[in-house]
Write a protein that binds this ligand. Structure first.
Ligand code: AMP
Length: 414
C-alpha cells in the first residue's frame, strides 16, 4: 500500500476547517485586512537570510528542492512572514500600513507528534508600516477577540514579553552569554551550542536541566533602554484598557531571529506539549534585511490552523458551524426511469436545491441511504409517476407520501 508521507495528514471532512477559516476572514476584515497569496516555493536563501542561520527552521527543518535547470536551491516555505515581506519589497507597496493576511500549507521537517506535522496550515497576518505601540495593542486585541469571541476557544492564555530594540538585544545577549559561561551550568548539548551561537534560543529548551539552569538567568525586560521600557509599560496599559488578559512570560523569546520588541503566544493546556496555537510579534528589521534599504517597521502573527482545529474538535455547540442545507434525494425505482430522474435532479439543482440522485441498488437500500444522509424528502419516480407526469414525495421524517405533478415540484418544495 502506498501511504501518506510521514508527518502529513488527510483531512477527510473540511467542514470545520472551512468554518474556522471563514470566521477568521470575517474577523480580520473588521480590522480592514485584505487577503493575499504568495507561492509555496521560494528561494532558500530568503529564509536563510531572514530567519537566522542558526535557527532550527533553517538548520534542520527546511524541505529544499534543487532545480537542475536553474542551478538554484528552492524550498517549500516553512512560514509565510518572510514571503509576505518579500512580496511587499518586490512589489514596491507604497500604501502604508499594508494590512494583509494569507493562509495555506507550510512545511517543516520536524519530528511528528500530535499537533506537530511536516505539512501544516497557518494563517499569517501582517501589518507592515506601523511603528506605534497602539498598533501592537490593537493587533493583539484583534487576536484575543478572534479566539474568545469569534471562534469561542475555551480556556487559553496569552503570554507576552518584550525583547527590546536591537541595541537592547545585543546588550542583553552579552549579559546572558556571560551568565551561561560563568555559572558552571549543566545544559544539554544543543543548548551548549546555542549558548555560543544564538544564546536567546536557550529559553526555547524544554529539558529539565536547562530550565533549572536558567532559573536565575537575567531577564530581558530588566535590560530595556528607557524608550523600550516606556513602550512596554504603555503596551500593557493599553491591553489593560481593552480588558485583554495576559501573562508576562519573561522567557518567551520565540524561535525566529527577526523578532524585536513585543513577542507573544496564545497557548492552551488542552494541546499537550505543542501548546502554542498562535505566535507573533514585531519584526522591525525584517523588511530592511530583504530590501537592503531603509527598513519599514512591522508586526505580525501566525496562527496554527491544525491546532485551532484540535481545540475546537473537542468543544460542543460550536456557533461557527454552518447550518446544513436541506437535502432532497431523487430515486428512480427502475433503470428505465434513470433519464427522468436525471432531468428532475438537474431541475432541482438549477433551482439551488441540494439534491442527491441515487441510482445504485434497490429501492429499499436507496431509502436507507436517504435516511442516512438525513434527507428531508425522497422523490420517487416509477412506472406510475412516469405515466401520470407526477412525483411521489416521501417526507423522510414523518414517512407520509404525497403525489405532486412534476411541473409543480419546485413550487411545492419551496
Ligand atoms: P511559528 O511559525 O513557529 O511561530 O508557529 C506559529 C504557529 O504555527 C504555532 O503556534 C503553531 O500553532 C503552528 N505550528 C508551527 N509549527 C507547526 C507544526 N510543525 N505543525 C503544526 N502546527 C505548527
Amino acid at each position: 500500500m502506498i501511504t501518506k508521507v510521514k508527518g502529513t495528514h488527510d483531512i477527510l471532512d473540511m467542514t470545520l476547517f472551512n468554518a474556522v477559516l471563514a470566521a477568521i476572514k470575517k474577523h480580520v476584515a473588521l480590522y480592514n485586512f485584505s487577503e493575499i497569496a504568495t507561492p509555496l516555493i521560494e528561494h532558500t536563501h530568503l529564509f536563510e537570510r531572514v530567519l537566522g542561520a542558526h535557527t532550527d527552521v533553517v538548520t534542520k527543518q527546511m524541505f529544499t528542492l534543487h532545480s537542475e535547470k536553474e542551478d538554484e536551491s528552492l524550498c517549500l516555505r516553512p512560514e509565510a512572514t518572510a514571503s509576505v515581506a518579500r512580496a511587499f519589497v518586490e512589489n514596491s507597496i507604497m500604501q502604508l500600513p499594508w494590512k494583509v493576511f494569507t493562509w495555506g500549507p507550510m512545511f517543516r521537517y520536524e519530528r511528528p507528534q500530535k499537533g506537530r506535522y511536516r505539512q501544516f496550515y497557518q494563517v499569517s497576518m501582517e501589518v507592515i508600516g506601523s511603528a506605534e505601540v497602539a498598533g501592537d495593542a490593537q493587533f493583539i486585541t484583534m487576536l484575543d477577540r478572534l479566539f474568545s469571541q469569534a471562534l469561542q476557544i475555551a480556556d487559553y492564555v496569552l503570554h507576552i514579553n518584550f525583547l527590546g530594540c536591537t541595541d537592547d538585544r545585543v546588550a542583553y545577549t552579552k549579559k546572558l552569554q556571560r551568565f551561561l559561561a560563568g555559572n558552571g551550568l549543566t545544559m544539554c548539548t544543543t543548548c551548549s551550542v546555542r549558548a555560543q551561537e544564538n544564546p536567546l534560543r536557550v529559553f526555547d529548551c524544554k529539558q529539565e536541566q536547562c530550565q533549572q539552569s536558567l532559573a536565575q538567568a537575567p531577564l530581558l525586560t530588566e535590560s530595556l533602554c528607557s524608550s523600550c521600557s516606556q513602550e512596554w509599560d504603555m503596551l500593557l496599559e493599553q491591553l489593560d484598557l481593552l480588558s485583554v488578559t495576559y501573562s508576562h512570560n519573561p522567557r518567551l523569546v520565540r524561535g525566529l531571529d527577526y523578532y524585536n520588541k513585543v513577542a507573544f503566544e496564545f497557548l492552551s493546556g488542552r494541546l499537550g506539549s505543542q501548546s502554542a496555537f498562535c505566535g507573533g510579534g514585531r519584526y522591525d528589521n525584517l523588511i530592511g534585511m530583504i530590501s537592503g534599504k531603509e527598513t519599514v517597521p512591522a508586526l505580525g502573527a501566525a496562527l496554527g490552523l491544525d491546532r485551532v482545529l484540535l481545540l475546537l474538535e473537542d468543544q460542543e455547540n460550536l456557533t461557527i458551524m454552518p447550518s446544513r442545507e436541506p437535502l432532497y434525494v431523487v430515486i428512480p425505482t427502475e433503470k428505465a426511469y434513470h433519464p427522468l430522474a436525471l432531468q428532475l435532479s438537474d431541475e432541482l439543482q438549477s433551482h439551488l436545491f441540494t439534491t442527491e440522485l441515487i441510482v445504485d441498488g434497490s429501492l429499499k437500500s436507496a431509502l436507507r441511504k436517504a435516511n442516512k444522509y438525513g434527507a428531508l424528502y425522497a422523490l420517487l419516480l416509477g412506472e406510475q409517476e412516469h405515466k401520470e407526469g407526477t412525483v411521489t414525495v416521501k417526507d423522510m421524517i414523518t414517512g407520509e407520501q404525497q403525489t405532486i405533478a412534476q411541473i409543480d415540484i419546485v413550487s411545492f418544495l419551496r
